[in-house]
Design a protein around this ligand. Sequence first.
Ligand code: FAD
Length: 386
Amino acid sequence: MEFTEDEQAIADAVRQLVAAAITPSSDQNDRDQVYPRANLLALGQHGYLGMTVPPADGGGGTSYLAQTLVVEAVAYGDPATAVVYEVHNSLHLEAIHRYGTAAQKAEWLPPLIAGQQIGAFALTEPDAGSNAAALATVAEPVEGGYRLRGGKVFITGAGEADRYLVFARLPGTLGRDGITAFLVDKGAPGLSFGRAEEKMGLHAAKTGAVLLDQVMVPTSHRLGAEGAGYDMALRLLEGGRIGIAAQALGMLGRALDLSLTYARTRKQFGQAIGRFEAVQFKLADMATDLHAGRLLAYDAARVREDTQQGRMAAAMAKLFCSEAAVRHCLAAVQVHGGYGYMREYQVERLLRDAKVTEIYEGTSEIMRLVIGSQLLRGDAAPRLES
Ligand SMILES: Cc1cc2nc3c(=O)[nH]c(=O)nc-3n(C[C@H](O)[C@H](O)[C@H](O)COP(=O)(O)OP(=O)(O)OC[C@H]3O[C@@H](n4cnc5c(N)ncnc54)[C@H](O)[C@@H]3O)c2cc1C
């Protein structure tokens, strides 16, 4: 996999920024559940938000791969910041960039690109998770716009983000039909938020419910056409899944580096534990899957750039990278022995943080369904077309 000079320079620079400005506070922010607003602002100030938006719209005009490298680097330093970055960038900002009118882009993109405002993505509902087409939040057309009523759950940044991309359906519609996207400002009357969920990991990335009680949304805040919301959500999630693959890779890379350091320094039976084959094999499998995962994720990013598509490539990347991250973060705890079970050594947190990459933005089961159904439909696997 070849990087352009630009991509390599971005990868090097963002790693330095993360090491200096994000990693040092990661552990404390996780303990205190501090939402990473300051980190998003720093990333925005350094040009890492809206990277794929053309310069004419205020973005960086860089490749999707460059953005993927940024997510990986951020996740290496702080997995919670990586998911907030990923939702803000790939799901919210990208939606406005791809589907917004000129007026919507001019008004909303600049503060999102600068990191002064944070965007959220509100699709999931209590009875509509993997099956998003079952969502029940209603958008009732009224004079001047729509009134939204319903509720979303598990929303990253609920109550912290400044604007919510909310998917709701027109009255009397069923399934994918009638699902429409709206941008709802945090201060909108009738919008409220549930308490922060107590999670297994990613404690700094607040997750909670978004409640809509007759929220008036002007027509100017509808994104795309009426009924275009479902396809929009799926297309955005294709990009998002590459980001989650990269988030998983960041954690896997960190688990490998911590395990290597420990295997070189920890001595038992008179020698470094890295000299034992059982430990070496774990390290070898971690490094091999990290490399394989990078090839999948970076290739999925290139496919998305080249073809504006790539549902199968994105699903393969997310499936492989998330499962590899969970498997190897668990192995990293084992390499660290009893110390691995202690918070101080950081690998137990990586394991807790990594688990959700197999769940959000489409579970592993759904990724297998996407890949399987596309194969059965006759679609070629990525890059294997004759
Ligand atoms: C920390 C966190 C942050 C999140 N952030 C956001 C966010 O910002 N915005 C947002 O909209 N959502 C968000 N989500 C929601 C997330 O995307 C959903 O949890 C996920 O899509 C799964 O939906 P569900 O939880 O309802 O599980 P379900 O869909 O109920 O699935 C339960 C189990 O059944 C399996 N299953 C379901 N259908 C099938 C099938 N057809 N075939 C085989 N197996 C199946 C699943 O794989 C899973 O194992 C977040 C979730 C978490 C945990």
